[in-house]
Write a protein that binds this ligand. Structure first.
Ligand SMILES: CC(C)(COP(=O)(O)OP(=O)(O)OC[C@H]1O[C@@H](n2cnc3c(N)ncnc32)[C@H](O)[C@@H]1OP(=O)(O)O)[C@@H](O)C(=O)NCCC(=O)NCCS
Length: 299
């Protein structure tokens, strides 16, 4: 079985069928753990996956059995940061060494290179394989969902909010992220500020920039970054006020549980826990009091 599997660099046209396999594998895992399936219709490549293929085509690989994709991985390289966006192996070929082989293909070593990713807290095989590559779970991320009409809308804060970002604002964000996130990622900011699905904001207190935040597809919140943790909850509140989710869709935030103030604010506002993910790394990473990630594949 293992010998009939071929590993090749992914072409752009492979990524959509690979994402279909990813969703099937994810729902297989969720079913095993008595969780509801996630239903998405993938007719075309979503903007986030199109962007990450464009930035990192050399570290995007598929495993094939005949003409069927049975494995997919993608690592994002941002200066000294290596971040694993995806590793998914079709259930029919799991536990046969394909995941390890794909991971070895995209792995990057070097002086001061840090490795990180997010994975499912309920999949010990995933946590286990990454632990064998030197990482350990450093934090829990709680998926918090707010159903419109069922949570208390936050009150306005004293922050001034602007949805028009200048080049100077973007430079400021990148400098701040190097401090609070550990690494800046201007590649993502170029994408977020030019794609219609994303709405970035900058926040000021008494005329001074104190943080930034992003809303994606009108309902997802993150990243958020702030110069001081006293602003993180305020920025989350202002972003929640500005979302406009399609009917029956929740406002969603991946909340670092290290940020107790934010976690409690969301719980007390009526947000509900959907699931827990773990953040794994082999080096100190962001200051999670002042940084909240976006999509787990980009962080
Ligand atoms: C997790 C996943 C990517 C692993 O790929 P795979 O091809 O099934 O796994 P492999 O056979 O290559 O290797 C699994 C490794 O994990 C190790 N492992 C499994 N359970 C473990 C545990 N509880 N503790 C420590 N290590 C464990 C195995 O020993 C093996 O290591 P080895 O090669 O040294 O023996 C795959 O099973 C999968 O796609 N699962 C569902 C989706 C998922 O969770 N993806 C991760 C998203 S970030």
């Amino acid at each position: 079985m293992r010998s009939s599997i071929q590993i090749r660099r992914a072409r752009e046209e492979d990524v959509l069928p690979a994402m279909v396999m990813v969703m099937k594998t994810l729902n297989h895992l969720r079913k095993k753990h008595q969780m509801k399936p996630i239903r998405v219709r993938l007719n075309e490549l979503p903007p986030i996956q199109k962007h990450t293929y464009e930035t990192d085509p050399k570290t995007t690989f598929c495993a094939w059995r005949g003409n069927k994709i049975v494995g997919f991985t993608q690592a994002l390289n941002r200066r000294n940061q290596w971040y694993l966006a995806y590793l998914f192996i079709d259930p029919s070929v799991q536990d046969k060494g394909v995941g390890r082989k794909l991971l070895e293909k995209v792995w990057r070593d070097g002086m001061n290179v840090s490795h990180a990713l997010c994975t499912f807290s309920y999949n010990m095989q995933a946590v286990g394989i990454y632990s064998q590559f030197g990482m350990a779970p450093l934090m829990t991320l709680a998926w918090m969902g707010g159903t419109p009409g069922k949570f208390k809308m936050p009150k306005p804060t004293n922050l001034a909010v602007s949805g028009r970002l200048s080049a100077e604002d973007i430079r400021w964000i990148n400098t701040l992220e190097a401090k609070i996130r550990g690494y800046s990622h201007p590649e993502e900011w170029s994408f977020w500020t030019t794609n219609e699905h994303f709405a970035p904001y900058i926040f000021r207190d008494k005329g001074k920039r104190v943080g930034y935040g992003l809303i994606y597809k009108k309902m997802g919140i993150g990243p958020i970054g702030a110069i001081d943790n006293k602003y993180t909850v305020k920025i989350a509140a202002e972003l929640i006020r500005r979302t406009d989710p399609p009917k029956k869709e929740d406002i969603s935030i991946w909340t670092p549980t290290h940020n107790l103030a934010l976690y409690q604010f969301l719980i007390k506002s009526g947000f509900r826990l959907g699931e827990l993910a773990v953040f794994m790394s082999d080096a100190p990473y962001a200051d999670f009091q002042r940084y909240l990630p976006t999509h787990l594949a980009i962080f």
